[in-house]
Ligand binder design. Structure first.
Ligand code: ADP
Length: 250
């Protein structure tokens, strides 16, 4: 079947990638091991100790990003859509986003009021937001602002909720925008990008009945906009507790 062919094509490309990924992963392990080795010294001054600990945490996070992208790409996890509120999901991620972006990037949150619910897989949605934030961090090289905006939209696609993620980074040329959703397309150096983030986000948006758009200007920044249809009907029973209980206000 077409689906089986698509799947085997994906697995083949994944196989081709494996060598490169293993190499990148090994590099990361080398950083972790080196820092751990230095931490063994009993006479290390506290500032140095902190720096090595920080390096281990950051590198481990990077390695986890790499494997989770690969796993979800290879596995094509079935989506588990739930009815949810973008604002609550975002405020539940604030601490994670702050940690991923580092101190030089400020996070602005402009939640739309009376926001409609959407129906989407919360884990995949969090992945998409985290990925976009990491792309923004890379584009801003350490300082700038990340703005998360939500709004109800009524247009030619009916009633939708829009989440836009804007950065004040380097922006993308028309050529890069044209290819950004291609799997394995990356402009980042070896060991830095997999080129899977945006292609996966694109697929997820489409599978969720929505769409993903890029607006970008070189030297000014990038806005990634995710549109999902307004959810109709009753809320699921047993919705994620984390999302239900999160306070929508930042
Ligand atoms: P990766 O981040 O691993 O390179 P992605 O699919 O997430 O893979 O992104 C593909 C490419 O799109 C990146 O390599 C980069 O050139 C470009 N890109 C994505 N997000 C941004 C952004 N916020 N600002 C500038 N360029 C971006």
């Amino acid at each position: 079947t077409q689906q089986a062919l698509d799947q085997s094509e994906k697995l083949r490309s994944l196989g081709e990638l494996t060598g490169g990924i293993a190499h990148d992963f090994n590099n990361l392990l080398t950083v972790v091991r080196g820092s751990a080795e230095l931490l063994r010294s009993k006479t290390l001054p506290p500032e140095k100790r902190d720096r090595h600990v920080e390096a281990i945490v950051e590198t481990a996070d990077r390695a986890a990003e790499l494997t989770s992208q690969l796993l979800s790409f290879a596995r094509q996890q079935p989506l588990q859509p739930k009815q949810l509120d973008f604002n609550a999901l975002i405020s539940g991620m604030t601490a994670l986003l702050k940690r991923s972006l580092g101190g030089g990037v400020s996070i602005l949150n402009t939640p739309g009021s009376n926001l409609w619910n959407v129906r989407a897989d919360p884990t995949q949605l969090e992945n998409l937001i985290l990925n976009a934030a990491i792309n923004a961090r890379d584009a801003m090289s350490g300082s700038g602002a990340l703005t998360l905006t939500t709004a109800n939209v009524r247009g030619e696609n009916g009633e939708e909720v829009c989440l836009s993620i804007s950065d004040t980074g380097c922006g993308m040329s028309a050529d890069v925008i044209a290819r950004a959703f291609e799997p394995f397309f990356t402009t980042k150096g070896p060991g830095k990008g997999t080129g899977l983030g945006l292609s996966q986000a694109y697929g997820f948006a489409a599978q969720s009945g929505g769409r993903l758009e890029i607006a970008s200007e070189v030297g000014r920044g990038t806005t990634l906009s995710l549109y999902l249809p307004r959810a109709v009907g009753a809320k699921d029973v047993g919705n994620l507790a984390k999302i239900d209980s999160a306070d929508a206000a930042l």
